[in-house]
Design a protein around this ligand. Structure first.
Ligand SMILES: *[C@@H]1O[C@H](CO)[C@@H](O)[C@H](O)[C@H]1NC(C)=O
Ligand SMILES: *[C@@H]1O[C@H](CO)[C@@H](O)[C@H](O)[C@H]1NC(C)=O
Ligand SMILES: *[C@@H]1O[C@H](CO)[C@@H](O)[C@H](O)[C@H]1NC(C)=O
Ligand SMILES: *[C@@H]1O[C@H](CO)[C@@H](O)[C@H](O)[C@H]1NC(C)=O
Length: 332
């Protein structure tokens, strides 16, 4: 009822906006143009001003000491602000602000390169490692473009997610499998945090390890694997595998089958045994009822659409972590 009203209201609002649109459009265009012009003027002015300042600064510095270490803008600002906030006193603050004046030593602008374009801009680093926190990673991975058509040619990839305890024993087999198919797949490995990869690991898996958290939790590891793979917009299908898995078909067969499918492949059984319904806890109500309860295989293969749902779930995952022990149920 409430949401219906809201929708109606929203709709009404939109209609109003549409009829106003032509007028707004003109005003907006004009004001944008005006702002843009102001921006350009301000930019030109500031640019020449700052250049002069930094030039002067260098001169004074050179006269004092022959090899000055250039102060970085953020560090000084950071310290100054902190000092002002802590000090509180007026005299104190004035002193500090005087210190802040000679800051603008700007780094030289990077040399103009060719057009980067969106597909280059979206490219992820060659190494899978990053230092995002769990929450940051999941948030970033849950982003979905509202416009469904990609504005650049996108070759969909299959992401192979390896959840392993130790070394990739089947690496030679996977090397044969992936050979000659570069650009059609990506690999991510989450290994047990206690495992240290040997330096002569297969090049296929080197640098494809994703950061793991201190304690090993299967579901969180799966979510992290999915989230890391989602950062690459080219990944379309997500296969979860263990180090004991081997490919049964050649790459082109697997790739064609998965890319041309609109389904996801997940286990889902209503198991009356202790390992099934026995794990259900009444405290999960009303969000989760026994009728919703399914047991599934930990291994899955999902479409990007479902992978996004899995990493962006903030409703069920906390309930399961709290009431389903040991936490091995992934709700997707
Ligand atoms: C910040 O200021 C303190 C003293 O107030 C100094 O010891 C420290 O090195 C400064 N840090 C930076 C990053 O400038
Ligand atoms: C200085 O900045 C860093 C990061 O830019 C921040 O972590 C730190 O808390 C700041 N320190 C103060 C005293 O504001
Ligand atoms: C992959 O396997 C299929 C069926 O077994 C076969 O038709 C195809 O030629 C194979 N592709 C390659 C690249 O070997
Ligand atoms: C794929 O499945 C989704 C939902 O399951 C549906 O909305 C979409 O239309 C399907 N696309 C095709 C091409 O069948």
């Amino acid at each position: 009822m409430k949401s219906h009203q809201q929708q109606q209201h929203h709709h009404h609002h939109q209609k109003g906006a549409t009829s106003l649109f032509p007028k707004w459009h003109v005003i907006n265009t004009f004001s944008y143009f005006f702002l843009f012009a102001c921006g350009v003027a301000a930019g030109v002015f500031l640019n020449s001003y700052l250049k002069n300042v930094s030039f002067d600064l260098h001169l004074t510095k050179f006269s004092i000491s022959p090899s000055p270490s250039p102060p970085t803008t953020s560090a000084t600002h950071n310290n100054t602000t902190a000092a002002a906030a802590v000090g509180g006193g007026c005299e104190n603050r004035q002193e500090k602000i005087v210190v802040e004046v000679p800051v603008p030593v700007l780094p030289p602008p990077p040399p103009p390169a060719g057009r980067v374009g969106l597909s280059e801009y979206l490219k992820v680093a060659a190494e899978a490692m990053h230092d995002m926190e769990e929450e940051e990673l999941l948030w970033r991975a849950s982003m979905v473009a509202k416009v469904k058509e990609y504005p650049f040619p996108r070759v969909p990839k299959v992401a192979f997610l390896f959840l392993t305890k130790g070394p990739m024993l089947m690496a030679p087999m996977w090397e044969l499998f992936f050979k000659g198919n570069q650009g059609l797949y990506s690999i991510y490995i989450h290994s047990s945090p206690s495992y240290v990869a040997s330096p002569d690991e297969s090049p296929l898996f080197r640098a494809r390890r994703i950061p793991s958290q201190g304690k090993f939790n299967m579901v969180e590891a799966e979510r992290r694997l999915l989230a890391n793979a989602l950062l690459d917009v080219a990944n379309q299908r997500f296969v979860l595998l263990s180090e004991a898995c081997i490919p049964l078909f050649n790459f082109s067969t697997v790739y064609d089958y998965l890319i041309n499918s609109n389904q996801s492949f997940l286990g889902s059984i209503d198991d009356p045994h202790p390992m099934g319904r026995g794990r259900y806890n009444k405290r999960m109500q009303p969000e989760l009822t026994l009728a919703d309860w399914r047991k599934g295989s930990q291994w899955f293969e999902v479409h990007r659409r479902v992978a996004v749902q899995m990493v962006s779930d903030i409703k069920y995952y906390p309930i399961l972590t709290k009431h389903c022990k040991p936490p091995t149920v992934l709700h997707g």
